[in-house]
Design a protein around this ligand. Sequence first.
Ligand SMILES: [Zn+2]
Length: 279
Amino acid sequence: MNDKIYLTIPSTCPICGGNTEIKQDNDSKVLVCTNDNCKGKLLGKLTHFVSKNVINIDGLSEATLEKFIELGWLTSFEDIFTLKDYVSEMVKLEGFGETSVNKLLNAIETSKSTTLDRFIYALSIPLIGRSASKTIAKFFYGDFDLFYKALTNPFDWTALDDFGETMNDSIIEYTVDNHNMVRNLARYFTFEKPNVTSNSNILTGLTFVITGNLNHFTNRDEAKEKIESLGGKVSGSVSAKTSYLVNNDINSTSGKNKKAKELGVNIIDEAELLKMINN
Ligand SMILES: [Zn+2]
């Protein structure tokens, strides 16, 4: 069985007629349409977004999504959450009664309670699949604000387990065009904190450097003790291995702040540290 199969690779997208391009996606090469406004691409992204493992919206099958795109009701992820504006028209569609429309609207409401890893996975960031999304969510402690801060500030994504340069570049490239969309989309969601059965190891794998004055903790030693009791490490100097620099004066020009910025280490204040600790 050594027969080779030769495929003709289309140079234009069968849906929008846009140019195609071969891109590397993890270990495989995929043919993609380069038109950002391609309805076929939108359908693919929306189908992924609503699927069970992701945002999980029952009642939005691929065929339904396609119909809503054609009707102009869906042009983005956010539009899913304004579908209720079209209820009067929706109930008149073939195959949609009041019951199924109500079911759909309920499913959309329910989906607004999600976890950060599902949300990140839903975005279809190139190279960021389910497991990478989980790694990111874990790193930022399931907290959207921490994640968003890293997204919009210089941050070295290779600090995360199994993240290499190409993944780092992919996230940064994605952020350029999409950070506003990500922020606006997140406003529809409440992020459940990950289930931690035991609180004793919630900071495992994270290394902190603490600098400057503290307000909640009496002193740095007290903060250090607390972090270590939760499995985290505290180090005296900022390096590429630092997960977070804790500093209440984010704009400080201290050596540690400078170093952290140079290395793309996340700088958080005490309130953000407490948020991680108090889960
Ligand atoms: Zn296309």
